[in-house]
Design a protein around this ligand. Structure first.
Ligand code: ADE
Ligand code: ZN
Length: 351
């Protein structure tokens, strides 16, 4: 699909309302990162799990991160309260309810099975809980969603290969695979064989690259793993040839502004390079990553970005929402329907 839509003039105040109202797709969020402290404590109590924090407030206070690893240590501890299928279901319904409030029409949800199977939780418990929530949310609220199984890159490729095999009985319940966790020191090529296997299975392929890691990791995600989208990718600006390649091949970047701020990828949100990515013709999108930890869901990412980063326009807002729908793995018919709704939203705002 191409975008030829000329967005009408909209003043900054009205644009804030449009950012909230416009239909959008979320392509980069980790479901375990949607666990709010209140839910972590409720699930800990329900399952008899002991936490290292005494209260919701104490846990929330610990959310001061210096880099990706300092976040991941707390994120994996939070996920330890998930034991039963109903826990995975409740977490996912809560996220999808919140996404509907932000006019998210499509959510492609990452999950980390190894975080759970390593604690003895069966694969079927994880996938069945997540999947049932997606089905019920579509039936009851009309939100379209799909699951993407992520491999933890700090673990071995053998573990990833075994995880994929263990997930195959549930092949119809997830549409792709991804790669996440500690980036630096774990380049994409470490997972060449598991992505080749996933490709044989006709799974969609994505990977985190260029969040903290160098442009070389984005090249190898593209050329060794053969991914269709790059998760984050903001370090691409340091390599002009890579920028050209990403633009030429329409590779979407699933950018996560509040995450980048919280994990100190940029000194402050105002310094974010999203405008530079858009101006270079890259298919940038806005996403929440781990919304319970990073200070906001989709609409907060959009509204803070447009309030703080200089020079972002209404045309940029349209482009970001359009890109998210276009780069999703939804069917063409749905993408056309949502794109029409997106145009109508901007047209109404000019009246
Ligand atoms: N897992 C959850 N959030 C992540 C992030 N921002 N980067 C890598 N792995 C993650
Ligand atoms: Zn992520």
């Amino acid at each position: 699909m191409t975008t030829k839509f000329q967005v009408p003039a909209i003043d900054a105040q009205r644009l804030q309302a449009v950012l909230k109202a416009m239909p959008k797709a979320e392509l980069h969020m980790h479901i375990e990162g949607s666990l709010e402290p209140e839910m972590i404590f409720a699930l800990a109590q329900r399952n008899g799990v002991k936490l290292a924090y005494d209260s919701v407030e104490a846990l929330r206070k610990a959310y001061a991160f210096s880099d990706l690893q300092s976040f991941l240590d707390i994120y994996y501890a939070g996920a330890s309260v998930l034991l039963k299928e109903q826990d995975f279901y409740d977490m996912t319904r809560a996220y999808l309810n919140r996404a509907v409030e932000d006019n998210v029409v499509r959510a492609e949800i990452f999950f980390d099975p190894q975080t759970h199977t390593e604690r003895g939780v069966p694969m079927e418990t994880v996938i069945n809980g997540l999947y049932r929530a997606c089905v019920d949310a579509e039936k009851e609220q009309g939100i379209s969603s799909a699951l993407i199984l992520c491999f933890l890159r700090h673990l071995s490729e053998e573990s990833a290969l075994q995880t994929l095999e263990d997930a195959l009985p549930f092949r119809d319940k997830f549409l792709g695979v991804g790669l996440d966790s500690s980036e630096v020191g774990h380049p994409p090529e470490k997972f060449a064989r598991v992505f080749a296997r996933a490709r044989e299975l006709y799974l969609h392929l994505v990977a985190h690259a260029g969040e903290e890691g160098p442009p070389a990791y984005i090249w190898s995600a593209l050329d060794v793993l053969g991914v269709e989208r790059i998760d984050h990718g903001v370090q691409a600006v340091h390599d002009p040839k890579l920028m050209e390649r990403l633009a030429k091949d329409h590779i979407a970047l699933t950018v996560c502004p509040l995450s980048n701020e919280k994990l100190c990828v940029f000194p402050k949100l105002a310094d974010h390079n999203i405008k530079q990515l858009l101006d270079a013709g890259l298919v940038a999108t806005v996403n929440s990553d781990d919304p319970a930890y990073f200070g906001g869901y989709m609409n907060t990412n959009f509204t803070r970005l447009f309030a703080e980063v200089p020079d972002l326009t209404a045309q940029d807002a349209y482009q970001l929402a359009f890109n998210s729908i276009d780069a999703s793995f939804a069917c063409t018919e749905d993408k056309q329907k949502w794109t029409k709704q997106l145009r109508e939203c901007f047209e109404r705002s000019a009246m």
